[in-house]
Design a protein around this ligand. Sequence first.
Ligand code: HEC
Length: 146
Amino acid sequence: MKSKVIIALILILILIQFLPIERTNPPINPALDLMQTAVLSASEVSLLRAACMDCHSHETEYPAYTRFQPVGWFLRSHIRGGRQKVNFSEWGNYTTEKKNHKLEECIEVIEEKRMPMKSYTWLHPKAKLSAKQKTELISLFDRLKT
Ligand code: HEC
């Protein structure tokens, strides 16, 4: 009985490999892209890239392990969910009011340690923010408010 369950699980694991995720990004319109329209220091750019951009932009980097399911599926759901909430590549589509609101939320999620997601920093140690880096990102989001 036990061995049948194990064989079934292995079969499922093999079968789901045939349902890969698309490891591509939608195009970026430079006129809408925060990274190209805002004045950012090099260190701000690298912080955003290290901690937020994989899920909140069209600049997602797909590590090799995303070829394996269900890991890829988890990642895809985070990317979809993240882009839906805040998309720095489509920043210019937001109204001023919405931008300010999103920036306020960005500050909150960092202060409340909700972002970057724990499951992400576990696999991307560079995304783990030091107190100094948090302060830098928070003051960046604060500065971008209009
Ligand atoms: C691994 C992917 C991932 C990373 C990295 C990530 N986020 Fe998110 N983010 C999400 C997902 C998924 C959601 C929507 C679900 C949720 O609210 O938990 C979200 C939601 C948000 C929201 C909306 C919160 C709300 O209350 O609705 C903000 C703001 C945000 N993220 C900012 C950031 C910032 C700033 C960073 C970098 C410091 C970051 N995120 C890094 C995946 C990510």
